[in-house]
Design a protein around this ligand. Sequence first.
Ligand code: IPE
Ligand code: IPE
Ligand code: MG
Length: 253
Amino acid sequence: MNRKQEQAKEASAVPRHVAVVMDGNGRWAQARFMPRPAGHRAGVDAVRRIVEACGHRGVEVLTLFAFSSENWTRPEEEVSVLMDLLLRTMEKEAGKLHENNVRIRTIGDRSRFSDRLLRQIASVEQLTADNDGLDLVIAISYGGRWDMAQAARRIAEAVREGTLAPEQVDEELVGGMLSTAELPDPDLLIRTGGESRISNFLLWQLAYAELYFSPVLWPDFRESHLDEALSWYAGRQRRFGRTGDQVERLNRA
Ligand code: IPE
Ligand code: IPE
Ligand code: MG
């Protein structure tokens, strides 16, 4: 990013990292007397729109919650529709995203993925690895608790091997062991579908995110809804524990 873009970004206070809980697909379909998978398919169009819009708005990282650790408990048929949709969407969209300089990666527990999905993930990650446009992170089979547990396990292993001393374990080290290690923390969390909860998304990383809850069901989420969220975000004063006066003084300096 050049200096001019940087200035534009400071002025409009665009979040560097936006995380989205894409909720409400099932209800969208049910309201139309359609089966739930139809809602998931319509949700893919919303993904396409929001990825493109975030790129245009100068967002650096977009993390999408596509499938949670807990979603494995859904009826087998819905799980298989969702896995299939993820696979096919990646297959179909990878080329265009690559053309648009998007870098794709996934986070989550891969232990239950099919070989085909694993291969597809490896292939899109590899294809887009050198792109330096929007960083698109797709959370599949992801849970914030899983992420912290896998980080704790790796830290414990390093201590056992003698490459790490317990005194070295601090917030920075833990953050670096999470699946989002190289990414800035989300500045803005958007959850669609009307629920006001985190549902085990990025628990550690959301510590200071601004939380925006929208009643709009994910398949209905348009660029204009994103812009509403972004302008709401731009109006927040992020204090990070300081007083409002301190923050104002810092901004003037
Ligand atoms: C979000 O929509 C998509 C996933 C969780 C995979 P839902 O399927 O949860 O939709 P609702 O909440 O039932 O409407
Ligand atoms: C959160 O939505 C997970 C995703 C959007 C992938 P859910 O619909 O699974 O959340 P809960 O169960 O209602 O909290
Ligand atoms: Mg839901």
